[in-house]
Ligand binder design. Sequence first.
Ligand SMILES: C[S@@+](CC[C@H](N)C(=O)[O-])C[C@H]1O[C@@H](n2cnc3c(N)ncnc32)[C@H](O)[C@@H]1O
Length: 334
Amino acid sequence: MASWSACCCCSRRASGYERGFHDRPRQTVRSEAAKHSEEFDEQGPGLGLLRASENWRYHVNTLTKAMRTLTPAPIRSATRQSRLDWAFGRHFLDDRHELAGYRAELESLWPVVDAAYGRWGARTSGVGNHPVSFAELSPKSSERLYALIRKLRPGLLVETGVCNGVSSAVILQALHANRFGHLYSVDLPQFADPSEAAHWKPEPVTGTVAVVPVGQDPGWLVPDELRPRWELLIGRSQEILPPLLQRLGQIDFFMHDSEHTYECMHFEMTLAEKHLAPGAPLVVDDANWNGAFSDFVRARGLHSWDLDGGTYVTELSAGSEIDPGQVIVGGEGL
Ligand SMILES: C[S@@+](CC[C@H](N)C(=O)[O-])C[C@H]1O[C@@H](n2cnc3c(N)ncnc32)[C@H](O)[C@@H]1O
């Protein structure tokens, strides 16, 4: 841990994660400043200092945003990635070389994925211009997910949302390198012909664009040598998960990347929580599509780490499950 030195994307998603989970929106800072200003008028100059500090925060915020806008995009992205590496590595890994080592191990997967996607004129997210997207985990979040599994060496893993199988392949490659662990994946696939542009319109309810090309099976990208540690269950997570988790008992890892509605995410997270071992990681992709994940972590006072591309990880602490009566419904998004 000692070697981590201090250094300091996509329409709807970007506003969520650029702002960060726990930052307050600028509007709140402004209105608090206004509130303090009113108090100042009513109660005299004793609150002047407080008002000045609120204004100070507002100006620093504005300056930071202006600097961010003026910085070229590649530098902004590199700075952001090294910040994410630092925060993730500082908590989960021993030193800065460990992440680089895991990253190198995963390198062999990308040519396989790209070659497979290339057949449909697609590339993995973040790599070049791709006419179609397979809605898979981003390469950066994949690398950090891979590092997490290599480091923590979970035994029983469950994920929802397989589609073509990028996240499954990443997890299974880590289990293969660990020579330990078994992954259970749940997916209700949608099929489409990628050459027909109409099929790539977002699904109206969830906004998801995630389809398996006609003629392929869900998870078709997963290399054969990784499959012995894998069981794929086809169906809605709402129906498949309860009996699966009942059968498995305690699990060591859970990842959501299926239906990104508040209800489904809330359902999966609260059910997984009952089965996750104390301290086990809960990974949620597209966590910024609605307030389900932020409500979940806030209600339990949990910290979360940004793995990139809307993917977050939190660790459940012993007894972190809250009384169902306290569940917060709604949420304004991250
Ligand atoms: C975003 S994709 C998963 C991408 C995958 N994790 C990857 O990295 O390649 C979401 C998948 O979840 C499936 N899905 C949607 N709603 C579901 C539900 N209620 N239960 C299970 N799977 C669902 C979709 O059909 C799609 O295959």
